[in-house]
Design a protein around this ligand. Sequence first.
Ligand code: TF8
Length: 339
Amino acid sequence: STTLIRRAVLAVAGAAVFSAALPALAQDIKPRLIRFGYGLNEQSNQGRASKVFAEAVEKASGGKMKVRAIGASALGPDVQMQNSLIGGAQEMMVGSTATLVGITKEMALWDTPFLISNAKEADALLDGPIGDKIRNKLQDKGLVGLAYWENGFRNLTNSKRAINKVEDLEGIKLRVMQNNVFLNSFKTLGANAVPMAFSELFSALETNTVDGQENPFNTILSSKFYEVQKYMTVTNHVYSPWIVMASKKWWDQLSKDEQKILSDAAKLSRDFERKDTRAEAASAVADLKAKGMQVNELSPAESARMRDKLTRVYAQIGADIGMDLWNETQGELTKIRAK
Ligand code: TF8
């Protein structure tokens, strides 16, 4: 009977080895080299998660699909990479949704000031029907949106003064993303808003070409903006997602198995990225203070004044993305908040 047990054990072990090897054998996977570009540096939340994505793809494909994660805008700023993907000259990227508005107008929903107020709302809205609907619109434009990562709640920094009230923004030369909602919002609030690619931002701040910028804590830390910015004002004025995308031209040549490996890895790295980003953000204010930044919080009353001043901007977003999508989003948020 010992032999019987031994045989049974061996059979089970053999089956396990066989079935573990089987998916890789049976799957339709070709050797692929995937250039995955991103804008921040390697030592950022974006860089860390890009590495997780690359490793997940390599592992799931048995080493056949190799991802070269290339950061620091070495493949160009977001706008340029988006166009490379559309043209089929680059395979993948992760970047801002804000620079996609010219391609898919519905993306402007994510630029709505104060739309999302916490992580629970962000995840549920982005991973739910609204997020899917907007993401899938990219397909007609030559892009495949696979998952939203967290860029985060944006805050203001500048080299001139602490922003205690809306009027303090007057005359501040503020870099904004290349996106009309951001441009109009900050012009409306009195700043001298200048659209600029992220890759040019540090040196623009350093040379005082602009006085300030707005980004999540994580980016202010990882891009070392504290070296060239004295003041940070916690405004949480908008939640920005990032989006992982593939070139549709390239994607359409992949097998179903290869496509699944990439979408699974995009989601796996998304879950890692959100956790990592939130953990880093939680201690970032203390870190930035330790680096010498003077930090203040915008009062709820001033925040409310900001919103009031942006009424026109809200109306414009509704008109641009369509009132149906706007109303659906409000309905979805009501549901999420009730949960
Ligand atoms: C910005 C965004 C950046 C993104 C990134 C480089 O300020 O917040 O995080 O563009 O992909 O431009």
